[in-house]
Design a protein around this ligand. Structure first.
Ligand SMILES: C[S@@+](CC[C@H](N)C(=O)[O-])C[C@H]1O[C@@H](n2cnc3c(N)ncnc32)[C@H](O)[C@@H]1O
Length: 393
């Protein structure tokens, strides 16, 4: 079939790979015409998401890529026909994905393959055009019972069972390297896959299916450790040893544990007690109260404000506003989880992001693969960072 599989092509110099850029968090996306790309683009995008987030994805898709039309619709996966004449570059698709927020992966779609018996590889060969792939990512559509790390770790074994490791002998089956051309295989059912490709550029586009491959080590007191770990890696959050963080909604303490491991001094605010393992840390203090009960003057001097309260997102926004606009407060950044009581609340996201801007911060948002029905917002202070970690002043 004339496919050139694997890493050799990447390093052969035989192809032009346009340089990629990090996702642009700007609210509007221009879709420029692509320069040379190694694989034909096709007319469809395949977008994957957490099961239940399909409406949220589709609503943002129409907003940020006007003229696209809906194709297939399954739990956790949607396809869209690109607007007539549009030919987005990989960088433009990264920017689109950043704005979609609820999209786990955005892939140029070759279409579906169906097969009977052991006909998978033949069906795949017939569907794939000329091109080469540095990485092959196989991931399930609906992952209700699995963790993100299970999906990322299980992909290679699933690919071996499907015969893909023999078919693509030099390809990577785990996280791709930036710049890699990735063949995406979304397992829709036992005899049907969606196939497509993307160029790995941002951290999440290197992870199979956009699932964070980091595990949750056994000594962590809650899953919030892993959510914060994914946020740090996804957004590239520059936590500096010696900085001070406050977390609103800190119990049982996994996120505080992650902040302490990064070398920060941490205050955890929560009426519920934090785990004794975290409480015993010398650089940790708990203020056992609700966020609104903290005196304004005590909110000065924090470099990072983290929020993870299981309350309505409007209430989390109000608590954040009080903390980051308190007299004398000038945090470098905010890492906030906004829990969505139901998916319809996703429609309020752009209003919340506008509030962050109003407080003087530049927000980016992502529905993390290790999180539930919620959005993580990372917002940096427009005025820049503090010059020196507090402990050294
Ligand atoms: C999802 S848990 C937080 C998990 C925690 N971040 C961790 O790392 O383990 C939500 C927490 O928010 C707390 N919470 C709810 N309302 C709050 C408020 N108004 N102020 C402070 N904490 C609050 C709850 O007591 C609960 O412990």
């Amino acid at each position: 079939m004339g496919l050139s599989h694997g890493h050799a092509a990447k390093h052969s110099g035989g192809m032009t790979h346009p340089s990629s850029s990090a996702a642009d968090p700007s609210p509007e996306v221009a879709i420029p015409t692509a320069t040379a790309e190694p694989v034909p683009r096709g007319d469809f995008l395949l977008v994957t998401c957490q099961g239940g987030a399909e409406d949220a994805v589709a609503t943002r898709m129409v907003k940020f890529l006007p003229g696209c039309t809906r194709g297939a619709w399954r739990r956790g996966a949607l396809s869209f026909r690109l607007p007539a004449g549009s030919d987005p570059s990989s960088a433009a698709l990264d920017a689109l994905q950043a704005n979609l927020v609820f999209a786990r992966a955005v892939v140029r779609c070759f279409g579906q393959i169906h097969w009977k018996g052991d006909g998978l590889l033949e069906a795949l060969r017939q569907r794939l055009p000329e091109g080469s792939f540095d990485a092959v990512h196989l991931f399930p559509r609906d992952v209700r019972a699995q963790t993100a790390a299970d999906v990322a770790a299980g992909g290679r074994e699933a690919a071996r069972r499907a015969g893909l490791t023999g078919e693509f002998p030099t390809a990577t089956f785990t996280a791709a390297d930036p710049g890699d051309v990735v063949l995406d295989c979304l397992a829709d059912s036992d005899d049907r896959w969606w196939v497509g490709w993307h160029r790995a550029t941002t951290p999440a586009s290197c992870w199979p299916g956009g699932f964070y491959p980091g595990p949750l080590p056994g000594d962590k007191v809650s899953r919030a450790w892993l959510k914060l770990d994914e946020a740090i890696n996804f957004f590239g959050i520059p936590l500096q040893p010696g900085a001070r963080a406050v977390e609103l909604g800190a119990s049982p303490g996994g996120a505080c544990q992650r902040l302490l491991e990064a070398g920060l001094d941490v205050v955890g605010i929560d009426p519920a007690l934090v785990d004794p393992v975290v409480a015993a840390e010398p650089r940790f203090i708990q203020w056992r109260m609700r966020a609104r009960e903290v005196r304004l003057r005590d909110l000065r001097g924090f470099d990072w404000v983290v929020a993870d309260m299981n309350i309505d997102p409007a209430s989390t926004m109000e608590a954040l506003r009080r903390v980051v606009t308190a007299p004398g407060a000038r945090p470098e950044g905010i890492i906030a989880t906004l829990k969505l009581p139901d998916w319809s609340r996703a429609g309020e996201l752009d209003g919340w992001l506008a509030e962050f801007r109003g407080w003087g911060f530049l927000p980016r948002a992502r529905q993390l693969s290790t999180g539930g029905r919620e959005v993580c917002v990372f917002a940096v202070n427009r005025k820049g960072r503090r010059a020196t970690p507090r402990r050294d002043r």
